[in-house]
Design a protein around this ligand. Structure first.
Ligand code: SF4
Length: 121
């Protein structure tokens, strides 16, 4: 039996949640004070997800990089591979806010989108 202690990010209360696991199976969840905390703990214990923010290189404008984000959470385990894809990506200005730059990155169902618009030089 293993024990994971999580801090719920569902609201500012930040409840400390204890998840007891046997292998990949959740046995008990305690410490949450609402159902949001239980849902968060289940996801975090089995397959943690994250929104990824980063930058890609951009050409054709005065700036060298463009801030980007995933438009939904991706598995934490995929972050390193997605970062490799982002690092190897170069986009050309102009780019509009929330423009899809990498569609369905690494088959996660998430797109990498522009966090700001960037006009051409
Ligand atoms: S368990 Fe509920 S009350 Fe506690 S931090 Fe999470 S969302 Fe907030």
């Amino acid at each position: 039996m293993t024990n994971k202690v999580l801090t719920c990010v569902g609201c500012p209360a930040g409840c400390r949640i204890n998840v007891e696991m046997e292998g990949d199976e959740i046995r008990t969840i305690t410490g949450n004070t609402c159902p949001v905390g239980e849902q968060y703990a289940r996801q975090e214990a089995v397959c943690p997800m994250r929104i990824l923010t980063s930058t890609v290189r951009i050409t054709g404008c005065p700036y060298r990089v463009l801030p980007v984000t995933t438009d939904r959470e991706i598995p934490l385990a995929s972050v390193d591979e997605v970062m490799e894809i982002i690092r190897s990506t170069v986009v050309e200005a102009p780019v509009s806010f929330e423009q899809v730059l990498i569609e369905n990155v690494l088959d996660t169902g998430a797109n990498v989108i522009a966090s700001k618009s960037m006009p051409a030089a």
